[in-house]
Design a protein around this ligand. Structure first.
Ligand SMILES: Nc1ncnc2c1ncn2[C@@H]1O[C@H](COP(=O)(O)OP(=O)(O)OP(=O)(O)O)[C@@H](O)[C@H]1O
Ligand SMILES: [Mg+2]
Length: 378
């Protein structure tokens, strides 16, 4: 939503990207060299925002760029059209070039300019008039990035978001098809993003899979604390709000610097302040904003907890970790406890902090659990 002080619930606009600067530079360096990259990470940690920032920078440096989000697509044809549109926009500057041409092809007039721009890509009126078979269209789309880049003497970076959904959009054979098209493309580097880490790891790490070793998998680092501090202070002070350094640190301790949780708490603090008609953030306001944020997050966390609880012993182990108790209790089989822990680590819910000790990736999820287990149904 425009005008919101702290952006929430989707990729952030350029001015609100709190930098993982070193990581962005390292991604860029690899992509520029033509290396493809895979980034897998849990929901809401800023994968799409990060990738969009990398694309913006690549574009500024003269690269062609394109982004396709599988989450939004529902068929093979959708995928093909979306990729074609994203590619052609680099040349035409028109957002939905393909649909545009197809609509207007029927009336003959008004297409000359666009058609001429695309003449060399076998993209004439004939191509648009024939009802292309989905597979033919997809083959064309999958070749287009390299064809276009070569024609225009450019390098190209392509982002596939929620890549694990490709098999839902098309069929399981889609990965094999893509790989066969991509592997000889010299002018294109790909960035694959996914929020289902297990599936992504299998897709790129298992010998049996088509994308085995096609891309380098990199862990997504947290946003550095200093970057957050600078950003938060600036945001509030732009609105004439005072906040002390210690209080910013307090916010970050409570959120663990988790991208969306931090934005949400800052946002709730802002509204609480407006309501109170104040312009200085006090510890009391922070508590209020934090509590409200936690309420907002409850439905999301309910769902996560439900899913995790399907697994044997996981709920119990979660409870123990949340309360800081020893996981290897008398009544739990150690192998089962270990299995539950491995599952929680794979799901990026907890991380190892030392021997036999674990912390929550999202401190607010821990706060939710404490409340939930202490006072179920609250
Ligand atoms: N670099 C960042 N700087 C500031 N805030 C961020 C950043 N990245 C993410 N956020 C916060 O997290 C929210 C989610 O970001 P984004 O959609 O990029 O995450 P994602 O990992 O792609 O999530 P999803 O799994 O839902 O696709 C944003 O709306 C914003 O509040
Ligand atoms: Mg995303």
């Amino acid at each position: 939503m425009p005008g919101k002080l702290f952006p929430l619930g989707g990729p952030v606009p350029e001015r609100d990207v709190v930098d993982r600067e070193d990581f962005i530079v390292s991604l860029q360096t690899r992509l520029v060299e033509g290396q493809s990259i895979m980034l897998a990470g849990p929901r809401r940690i800023g994968k799409t925002s990060l990738a969009n920032e990398v694309l913006r920078r690549a574009k500024n440096e003269g690269f062609y760029t394109a982004a396709v989000d599988f989450f939004r697509l529902s068929s093979k044809r959708d995928f093909a059209v979306s990729l074609i549109n994203a590619c052609l926009e680099n040349r035409t500057g028109v957002r939905r070039t393909f649909d545009n041409l197809k609509d207007r092809a029927k009336s003959i007039v008004g297409t000359a300019k666009l058609t001429l721009k695309l003449e060399d890509l076998e993209f004439g009126i004939g191509f648009l008039h024939d009802e292309q078979n989905d597979d033919v269209l997809l083959d064309y789309a999958l070749d287009l990035p390299d064809v276009l880049a070569k024609h225009d003497k450019k390098s190209m970076v392509i982002l596939f978001d929620e890549f694990q959904d490709a098999s839902r959009v098309a069929d399981a054979g889609i990965y094999k098809k893509m790989r066969s098209h991509f592997q000889n493309q010299e002018s294109v580097a790909y960035m694959f993003l996914g929020s289902k880490e297990g599936i992504m790891d299998t897709l790129f790490g298992s010998r049996k899979e088509a994308f085995y070793r096609f891309a380098t998998s990199l862990p997504i680092p947290p946003i550095p604390e200093n970057a957050w501090i600078k950003y938060i202070i600036k945001k509030y002070s732009d609105r004439g709000i005072n906040i002390e350094y210690e209080i910013v640190k307090e916010i970050l301790t409570r959120t663990g610097g988790h991208p969306q949780d931090t934005m949400l708490v800052c946002s709730e603090i802002f509204y609480a302040l407006l309501e109170a008609g104040e312009n200085t953030i006090t510890p009391g306001i922070v508590r209020l904003g934090y509590d409200r944020a936690l309420i907002t997050l409850t439905p999301v966390y309910d769902e996560i907890l439900d899913e995790l609880s399907q697994r044997f012993q996981v709920r119990d182990v979660l409870k123990r970790i949340a309360f800081g108790k020893n996981i290897y209790a008398k009544n739990i089989n150690p192998n089962e406890a270990k299995r539950a822990i491995d599952y929680l680590i794979a799901k990026a819910i907890i991380q190892k902090a030392g021997r036999g000790s674990y912390t929550f990736v999202e401190p607010m999820f821990q706060a939710y659990l404490l409340r939930e287990f202490f006072n179920p149904g609250y």
